[in-house]
Design a protein around this ligand. Structure first.
Ligand SMILES: [Zn+2]
Ligand SMILES: [Zn+2]
Length: 360
């Protein structure tokens, strides 16, 4: 059963206006739903590294904005009588859901090309300038207004919030990063960078049958977590050269963005290997590339940015099957109420926690 909103409603949102570390809680109205829209009550939202960079003033965004894109919500109202999630399940009021970071139009050249994350008319949750019907597009709020064309996945009722929150960011991005590599059974995979993306890559590669998962990170406490997420060995940058897997890595998943890591991935790739670059989302410098090596060793270098809706479905299925085998819930160090959102950011920046969450 769906419910049509017949009156104006609203909620609180943590608005970022460009001053480092400052977010203000504002009450804003939301008018009646337009066709195709779904109103969601936010259950919780974890703070992604990109949110931290924005609030610290290290990443430019259009302001004012409501940040937060690792969101889990519950359907509060639907404009249309019927709607379905990506697996074809009917959606109803009260369902716990996650949704794709970009709502795409399906008809622009990028959508037609199979890159809906680059839709020219897309709505990117947690990244929009807060204005008009796009105030409630971030997870740091009581509610979120889903635009028509938003790809939704219903969550299993028993999935813990901390496990589900990253589905629409880190987990789906890693699903997109592994998909082009094909069957990983028996393969050797290297993961450069052991934040949430990297730990997810370790777990997903292992669950997909990789024989060896080599985890690389300069920080000892990050390397210490890798085994619980399926890594078979964890080494410091530069130490791969001494590892027996050097020169026979079939797939490198680079999530750190460090040029040195990309160079290391190129150095130790097997013949026919793929190097998937995910972490290079800031200008951290260039990497020397010997094209002869790329040609003679038949290397594939691929960029991955965000993901398509099918990857969100893969992400939720992975978390449903393996979200408790690997200790994802332990990665959210603390939850804050929405009115303490500044403290949540201060904690996340100061502590080095993998994730800090905000719950309305
Ligand atoms: Zn993110
Ligand atoms: Zn489009």
């Amino acid at each position: 059963m769906s419910v049509l909103l017949t009156r104006a409603a609203g909620g609180r949102a943590a608005v970022f206006e460009g001053l480092p570390g400052r977010l203000t809680i504002q009450s804003c109205p939301v008018s009646d739903l337009a066709p195709g829209e779904i109103l969601v009550e936010v259950i919780g939202c974890t703070l992604c590294g990109s949110d931290l960079h924005t609030v610290e003033g290290r990443r430019q965004v259009a302001v004012p904005t409501v940040l937060g894109h690792e969101i889990v919500g519950r359907i509060a109202a639907m404009a249309d009588a019927e709607a379905w999630d990506l697996s074809g399940s009917p959606l109803a009021i009260g369902d716990p859901i996650v949704w794709a970071i970009v709502a795409s139009c399906g008809s622009c050249p990028q959508c037609q090309q199979g890159l809906p994350q680059k839709c020219s008319h897309g709505v990117k949750y947690g990244h929009e300038r807060a204005t008009g019907r796009r105030i409630f597009t971030g997870g740091l709020a009581d509610i979120c207004l889903l635009a028509p064309g938003t790809a939704i996945v219903k969550l299993p009722a028993d999935m813990p919030l901390a496990v589900a929150c990253p589905a629409g960011c880190a987990t789906a991005t890693i699903a997109a990063a592994l998909e082009p590599a094909g069957d990983l059974t028996g393969r050797t995979v290297a993961v450069f960078g052991l934040g949430l993306l990297g730990l997810t890559a370790c777990g997903m590669a292992r669950a997909a049958g990789a024989a060896e998962v080599i985890a690389i990170d300069p920080l000892p406490d990050r390397r210490a977590r890798a085994a619980a997420f399926g890594a078979t060995v964890a080494v410091e940058p530069g130490f791969l050269a001494a590892h027996p897997a050097a020169g026979r890595i079939d797939l490198s998943v680079e999530v750190s963005g460090a040029p040195r890591a990309i160079a290391e991935a190129l150095d130790h790739a097997a013949v026919g290997a793929a190097i998937h670059l995910v972490g290079s989302v800031a200008p951290l410098g260039s990497v020397p590339l010997d094209p002869e090596q790329v040609v003679r060793r038949l290397l594939t270098i691929r960029g991955i940015h965000n993901y398509a809706p099918r990857h969100l479905l893969t992400a939720v299925r992975f978390l449903a099957d393996h979200g408790q085998t690997f200790p994802f819930a332990s990665l959210v160090e603390r939850w804050y109420p929405l009115d303490q959102v500044e403290a949540a950011f201060a904690h996340a920046v100061g502590s080095g926690a993998v994730r800090v969450g905000v719950r309305p």
